[in-house]
Design a protein around this ligand. Structure first.
Ligand code: MN
Length: 259
């Protein structure tokens, strides 16, 4: 997602909705490290099981968010949850990489398991739908996530013809992913599902009108104005810090985890 235009969001891993057949060998990603940022997983369909090198584990279910602060470093693995894999079914998730400022890159790893019930909820007018506030604030409704830099992250579930309006700081970066349905943005741009709309930093008012029942992920945050050195699963400020991360993984400083 680039350095400056979507900072502090560094990467978005998104697959459009797909149906997986039943299987006895769950799909997923084997043991790998992270350092220097946060991974935020938002589950729309399907279930993912998670384990890490500190003994933490959990299941991310439909409508839930896992906010993992990798910080100084974890090894983890992420697989389709066993019962879901055995039954098969729809799968759709977003994983975001959220950068951390230099002063927090080596913070202790931690998790925020944010279930849909924990999110702040704002009912849109005229039966327009609901805004689930994951992080930040919308019209006085606060999100559940604690963030290191100012971030607004909204899961917006809109009924057809519902209207969502918001005013956001002009110097923050903003984008929306259309997860489901079709919307019209600022009375001009039509965006169907699986499309990402990146806003210019030249205004504050955003209007989203649902042309059918739609699900939107809105990402908004203050730019982290620091150099970026990125390599594989590490997101640091300098090449020296990347080198140190590799040394630390190889010397066991991220702990141990079986595949
Ligand atoms: Mn990972």
């Amino acid at each position: 997602m680039g350095n400056k235009r979507m900072s502090p969001f560094f990467l978005m891993d998104y697959g459009s909705k797909v149906e997986f057949p039943p299987t006895d060998t769950p799909r997923g990603v084997g043991v790998h490290p992270h350092r220097g940022f946060e991974t935020v997983t938002i589950a729309y369909h399907g279930r993912v099981a998670h384990h890490d090198s500190y003994g933490n584990s959990g299941i991310i279910g439909e409508g839930d968010v896992q906010w993992m602060t990798a910080g100084s470093g974890v090894l983890h693995k992420e697989y389709h949850e066993k019962e879901y894999a055995e039954k098969g079914g729809m799968f759709q998730m977003i994983q975001l990489w959220v950068n951390l400022p230099a002063k927090d890159k080596m913070t202790s790893p931690k998790y925020q398991a944010i279930t849909k019930d924990m999110m702040g909820k704002y009912q849109l007018p005229d039966n327009g739908g609901v805004v689930n506030v994951i992080a930040g604030e919308y019209k006085g409704v606060k999100g559940a996530a604690k963030t290191f830099t100012p971030i607004n992250m909204f899961d917006i579930r809109m009924n057809g013809h519902g209207i969502f309006e918001v005013s956001l700081p002009a110097n923050f970066n903003t984008g929306i992913l259309v997860v489901e349905g079709k919307v019209k943005v600022n009375d001009t741009t039509e965006a169907p599902s699986d499309n990402f709309v990146l806003f210019k930093n030249d205004g504050t008012d955003i209007k989203i009108e649902a042309m059918e029942n739609s699900i939107i992920m809105l990402l908004n945050g203050e730019t982290i104005n620091e150099p970026i050195s990125a390599y594989g699963p590490f997101l640091m400020n300098t090449p020296e810090e990347i080198h140190q991360a590799i040394v630390d993984v190889n010397s066991g400083k991220f702990g141990n985890l079986e595949d």
